[in-house]
Design a protein around this ligand. Structure first.
Ligand SMILES: Nc1ncnc2c1ncn2[C@@H]1O[C@H](COP(=O)(O)OP(=O)(O)OP(=O)(O)O)[C@@H](O)[C@H]1O
Ligand SMILES: [Mg+2]
Length: 246
């Protein structure tokens, strides 16, 4: 019996003649924060589209808690590159959206709203609409809307790609706090290696197409991580080297 939360086995995806993902096998552990890095165009978004069941693989399988993945019965959530807050709802209503859709009891909605808005520092803007708040606050709303569901498996595809680097580390601390508080298992895709080393307990490094797993690097530095420490820089350089030589 595996203790993995998510098992990915021999996952392969091609589009016609183009083989994108070639036989990926890996596990995600319960509550883990796993990052996936790889060169531009290697298939990171393709991987998330398979993991979220939007697309079917050419071959291979994905199991959650030992059962074939099924978004109808399993509690999955996604934050995509282009995700935005719903403009017709306030910040607080955005955070509550998924919970109301799923008909959570009102006390639970109230409790989760407090948890998420507190950790993401959104209390002061809860009555505002997204055109009245900053881009970084809007990204926090999108992240909060997903974490409020305490998903079994949360998939994120470069949620900060649009944001200035100076906002990112602050947001990343909030994401890690939510990961710990909710216990959700998280898979975070990025092409920014510094971001991956800042966040991940383990980091999967992908090759160029046809894409396989080049390495799985455990990052056992304590949190919050110091991006200027020699240990941090050494791991960042090691992963950068791996990606550079393709
Ligand atoms: N629907 C599709 N039909 C055909 N080819 C596709 C499709 N989606 C993706 N591809 C191809 O698959 C490859 C991987 O694309 P994908 O968007 O997954 O890469 P990525 O690693 O997310 O890229 P980026 O770093 O730009 O975000 C690319 O060569 C792309 O052209
Ligand atoms: Mg992508």
């Amino acid at each position: 019996m595996s203790d993995a939360k998510v098992q990915v086995r021999q996952l392969t995806k091609g589009f016609g003649e183009l083989l994108v993902l070639d036989n990926l096998t890996f596990d995600v552990r319960p509550g883990e924060f796993l990052c996936v890095v790889g060169p531009t165009g290697c298939g990171k978004t393709t991987l998330l589209n398979l993991l979220s069941s939007w697309w079917t693989p050419t071959q291979g399988e994905i199991c959650i808690d030992g059962r074939a993945m099924d978004p109808k019965t399993q509690n999955l959530s996604f934050v995509f590159q282009e995700s935005s807050a719903f403009p017709w709802l306030t910040v607080e209503q955005n955070v509550q959206f998924g919970m109301k859709e799923k008909r959570f009891p009102p006390e639970l909605i109230a409790q989760r709203t407090r948890e998420v808005m507190g950790l993401l520092d959104l209390e002061s803007v809860k009555e505002k609409y997204c055109h009245e708040i900053s881009a970084s606050a809007e990204q926090r709303v999108v992240i909060g809307r997903s974490f409020a569901l305490h998903p079994d498996f949360l998939l994120m595809d470069e949620p900060y790609a649009q944001l200035d680097i100076k906002f990112r580390l602050h947001l990343e601390d909030a994401i890690l706090a939510l990961n710990r508080s909710t216990g959700s298992t998280c898979l975070f895709v990025t092409h920014n290696i510094e971001e991956a080393v800042y966040l991940a307990q383990r980091c999967i490094v992908l090759s160029n197409k046809p894409t396989s797993i080049k390495a799985v690097r455990t990052i056992d530095l304590p949190y919050p991580r110091d991006t200027c420490s020699p240990e941090f820089i050494a791991i960042k350089d090691e992963i950068t080297e791996m990606i550079k030589w393709w």
